[in-house]
Design a binder for this molecule. Structure first.
Ligand SMILES: [Zn+2]
Length: 211
């Protein structure tokens, strides 16, 4: 059986299992969505939003792209944010990066000639790396340097989101949080809490231990 076929078969089993546990689950699902969280994460296959947080269909409104970037000039990012805040009225926005991020690693290397779209996409990350060049240059192991930039990137997206008019001028602005996921142990770490952002300064400490 080919992979897509296996996935379709697995879907049938999944739907039956959910319905067996909760006969009304799909009726409720079909009536509409009321997620409380907008998740902005990396496209990396190893960081599936619902799986790592034990969430269910209907819990998260999700936007994923390479290196979990929020780009106000990108209609994809902006339309998701606008809909989440203005229509769904989410209470939280979670930016989730991860250690070992390929997009972050790429931003510290020369542009790959065969990846023009990726190069353009991660341009803000290259600028961020440049802005933190002294600190990053002082981190010797390459992986630790990449992981530190992954943290700085999460913080940068959090700040950008908190300052964006769609969030800041909302009737009831959602709280914006910054998390990072460790592939090494499957755990999330909070880099910035929306509950402690009154001054718009993320609650951020240097990395305890890159994973
Ligand atoms: Zn990534």
């Amino acid at each position: 059986m080919n992979l897509p076929k296996r996935m379709l078969v697995a879907n049938v089993a999944w739907a039956q299992e959910i319905a067996r546990r909760d006969p009304h689950f799909f009726d409720t699902l079909a009536q509409g969505q009321r997620p409380q969280v907008l998740w902005i994460g990396c496209s990396d296959s190893r960081v599936p939003a619902e799986s790592v947080t034990h969430c269910s269909p209907g819990d998260l409104f999700v936007h994923r792209n390479i290196a979990n970037l929020f780009d106000p000039a990108d209609d994809n990012s902006m339309s998701v944010l606008e809909y989440a805040v203005a229509v769904l009225r989410v209470k939280h926005i979670i930016v989730c990066g991860h250690y070992g991020c390929g997009g972050v690693r790429a931003s510290l290397m020369p542009p790959a000639p065969h990846l023009p779209h990726v190069n353009r996409r991660i341009r803000p990350l290259c600028d961020l790396a440049q802005a933190h060049r002294p600190e990053l240059d002082g981190i010797a192991p390459e992986q630790a340097r990449i992981d530190r930039l992954a943290e700085l990137n999460v913080i940068a997206q959090v700040q950008r989101l908190r300052g964006h008019a769609v969030v800041a001028r909302s009737e009831s602005p959602p709280l914006v949080h910054g998390w990072i996921f460790s592939l090494a142990n499957g755990q999330l770490r909070e880099l910035a809490s929306g509950y402690e952002s009154v001054s718009a300064t993320p609650n951020f400490e240097p990395a305890l231990k890159p994973a």
